[in-house]
Design a protein around this ligand. Structure first.
Ligand code: ATP
Ligand code: MG
Length: 705
């Protein structure tokens, strides 16, 4: 074959390779979608009370009615009220208890703080014998055993912290049944590692003294299926309650690259929003960070202390107790301070860095508001935290995939935060009621076509790969910035199309800010245009050969979807939050600002409506920004109001708001007598807004602030 023929055939083969790659990618995406649909349908099926086919036999098993009367009802009610101090069951709790009391295997999926513990603790007290509870974390076990013992229930824990005497007592109870033990808490390690314990457990079971086994862990659809298979409980009854926590307000805040600034913002948020020392938790990425953040919060006048797995057990228990008794406002913890922490009145959960998965974040944020009252979950996110977190999880089974799910959650400037949880747990979408930042504050979002930047990034990474050089995400951003400067000097512009909200294209040479470029790299990783590869660097300290410190770095390489971009088959659009000065000015003035009569009355109205709606925040009804714009524009019709607060809120609250505007909006002079001295409506002088111009509806624009 001639060289031309070979080259022609090579080109043909390569083109075919790309096509096949595209087909594989499409198939992967289709498979992903089918999996999602499959789990959605399975979850939906669970919620339909239909006769289910018993997989192990040809007969259909009627769904039993677990809400009917049972012999133990009065005893159960007595224990629920007199031991646990609980006046009524929450949805599904009674049915679950009845199924457990009937000796059935049960799988319970219930929201964090939903009340799962009662579902096994109450039957454990009612039934004869010892209930074994397998629980993942020491803090959870301590919390539960302390609570039970305080209610007079003989509960014990068998963990690495149990002293010899207690251990002997417990083994005797298991073996001979002479001692009074109703619940025994153990960790999964105790089950998997202690042969002695397992032999005692066998004896207890053979003597029919094991009343029930409860495994207290979180379970996505996949984990549920694994559990049913591993525990051989194909006929278990599944009770699936919603994972929704309607009283939690989720928000994501851009995290400054300056550590001190982040601590200042956290301290200011706690002081401003929770001046009455309401309890909160701050989660950090590492133990070192815990200690540092705790001490810096103390320097700023916040009563905080740290909690992590390296501390000795007594020190941990001491911090936990001080916080539980409100002697400490904030605990700064790692994931070790997590599951099952049961303080009902935790008002805020702050994440100093993103969690490693949606699951973990759901669990950790779920520590807030267990008493059902409004509480806030604030996550500080900066793209530079992603490589750091990815180097920690990449070796775990689907570790990166799980991390990328929560990165999508953090990067999104449009999607309702709550809907991300429903998708993750394969649950049908539910109303958010404005209880997340993307729903409550319609932050101005601009869609930017960043294909130009993307092509530049791909070619830079590709060139470095060719030279067998490595580049981290931050180094890549530096190189793009430098390249941009070179282009500027040569007069060439890196063009980026800006899609303004109205869909009109404005061609403009828009420079992306540094953090927007970092955000773009992360988005390209999510879209598989770029890749993170982990390099374990063996850093051996010269003078001490016996110590090796492993450092794992995440480097960027070209991903499988890069070709589509280079060939112009796909464009990369990116959401950029743009806050015009006025918008920030309004937020500041509203936050610290003063109010006119109408603003004052709208603020009163939103508080009333929020109470009426139960468990949601006033600012989910009307944000501060909405109040200011309504007060300035004084809409006189539902149509005009809809342009300010959107269709959903207008349908729900529009009439009441228009009524307030009509009643109090007429007076320009804040000293008008419309209030005729109504109590509590003293007028606070209105601060002159810095900008002279009247309030205008903020259009998205291409002028970067
Ligand atoms: N029926 C009920 N009425 C009122 N409060 C309840 C009820 N059931 C449980 N609680 C309370 O709700 C709080 C959370 O209960 P529990 O710890 O069992 O939740 P959980 O489902 O185990 O949460 P997590 O998934 O976070 O472990 C506890 O303070 C508990 O006393
Ligand atoms: Mg629990």
């Amino acid at each position: 074959m001639e060289a031309e023929e070979i080259a022609a055939e090579l080109q043909k083969v390569e083109a075919e390779i790309h096509d096949v790659e595209d087909q594989i990618r499409d198939l992967f995406e289709r498979q992903e979608k089918l999996y999602e649909r499959q789990s959605e349908l399975k979850a939906l099926l669970e919620t339909r009370p239909v006769a289910v086919k018993d997989v192990s036999s040809s007969t259909t098993v009627q769904v039993e009615d677990w809400s009917g009367p049972f012999d133990w009802d009065s005893q159960a009610d007595d224990i629920r009220f007199n031991v646990f101090g609980i006046s009524s069951y929450r949805p599904n709790q009674r049915e679950i208890i009845n199924a457990v009391m009937s000796g059935r295997d049960v799988l319970v999926i219930m929201a964090a703080g939903g009340g799962k513990s009662l579902c096994y603790q109450l039957p454990a007290i009612l039934r004869q014998g010892i209930a074994l509870v397998v629980s993942p974390l020491l803090s959870l076990i301590q919390d539960q055993v302390m609570g039970l013992v305080a209610s007079g229930i003989p509960a014990f824990m068998l963990t690495s912290t149990t002293n010899k005497e207690d251990e002997k007592f417990i083994y005797k109870a298991l073996e001979k049944g002479e001692e009074d033990v109703k619940l025994l808490y153990v960790t999964p390690e105790k089950i998997s590692k202690s042969k002695r314990f397992m032999s005692k457990l066998e004896k207890c079971n053979h003597a029919a003294r094991l009343s029930l086994i409860s495994i207290d862990a979180t379970a996505t659809m996949k984990v549920q299926n694994d559990l049913i298979e591993m525990l051989h409980i194909p006929k278990c009854i599944k009770f699936v309650s919603t994972v929704n926590r309607p009283n939690l307000f989720y928000m994501v805040q851009e995290k400054s690259s300056v550590g001190k600034v982040v601590i200042d913002e956290i301290a200011e948020y706690i002081k401003e929003s929770y001046p009455n020392k309401e309890s909160g938790i701050v989660y950090c990425f590492s133990r070192k960070e815990c200690v540092q953040v705790a001490s810096e919060l103390c320097e700023r006048g916040i009563s905080a202390d740290y909690y992590h797995a390296d501390m000795d057990v007594n020190a941990r228990e001491k911090v936990h107790m001080r916080w539980s008794k409100n002697k400490l406002q904030v605990i700064v913890g790692t994931v070790a301070f997590g599951m099952g922490i049961n303080k009902p009145d935790v008002r805020f959960i702050i994440h100093h860095s993103l969690s490693k998965s949606m699951e973990t974040y759901y669990q950790e944020s779920g520590r807030a508001g267990r008493d059902g009252l409004p509480s806030e979950c604030l996550l500080f996110f900066r793209p530079a935290d992603v490589p750091r977190q990815s180097s920690m999880v990449f070796h775990e089974n689907s570790g990166l995939q799980n991390l990328y799910d929560i990165v999508r959650y953090c990067q999104s400037k449009r999607q309702c935060r709550r809907s991300a949880f429903f998708q993750h747990f394969a649950e049908p979408l539910q109303e958010c009621n404005g209880m997340c930042d993307n729903c409550a504050f319609s932050s101005e979002v601009k869609e930017v076509n960043a294909s130009g930047h993307t092509k530049l990034m791909i070619s830079l990474v590709h060139d470095m790969q060719e030279k067998d050089q490595r580049v981290t995400m931050l180094q890549l951003v530096d190189r793009v910035k430098n390249k941009q400067k070179q282009l500027d000097t040569t007069g060439a512009k890196l063009f980026v199309c800006v899609f303004v909200c109205g869909g009109r294209n404005l061609q403009s040479d828009l420079e992306l800010k540094r953090e927007e470029m970092e955000q773009l790299v992360v988005q390209l990783i999510l879209d598989r245009v770029l890749n993170f590869v982990m390099m374990c660097l063996l850093a051996v300290k010269k003078e001490e050969f016996q110590h090796t410190a492993y450092a794992t770095n995440a480097y960027v390489t070209v991903g499988p979807s890069a070709n589509q971009i280079l060939q112009g088959k796909k464009i990369i659009k990116m959401d950029v939050a743009c806050r015009t000065k006025e918008l920030d000015g309004y937020r500041k003035s509203i936050k610290h600002g003063v109010t006119s009569v109408l603003e004052f009355k709208l603020d009163e109205l939103r508080k009333k409506l929020a109470c009426h709606d139960g468990g949601i925040f006033p600012h989910s009804i009307l944000s501060g920004q909405h109040i200011s714009i309504i007060s300035a524009l004084k809409p006189s019709s539902i149509e005009e109001l809809e342009k300010i607060i959107g269709k959903l809120k207008t349908e729900k609250y529009g009439d009441r708001i228009i009524e307030e505007v009509k009643k109090y909006g007429i007076a320009e002079d804040p000293n008008c007598d419309v209030l005729n001295g109504e109590p509590g409506t003293e007028i606070i002088p209105r601060k002159k807004l810095k900008t002279k111009k009247e309030v205008v509806l903020i259009e998205s624009s291409n002028d970067e602030s």
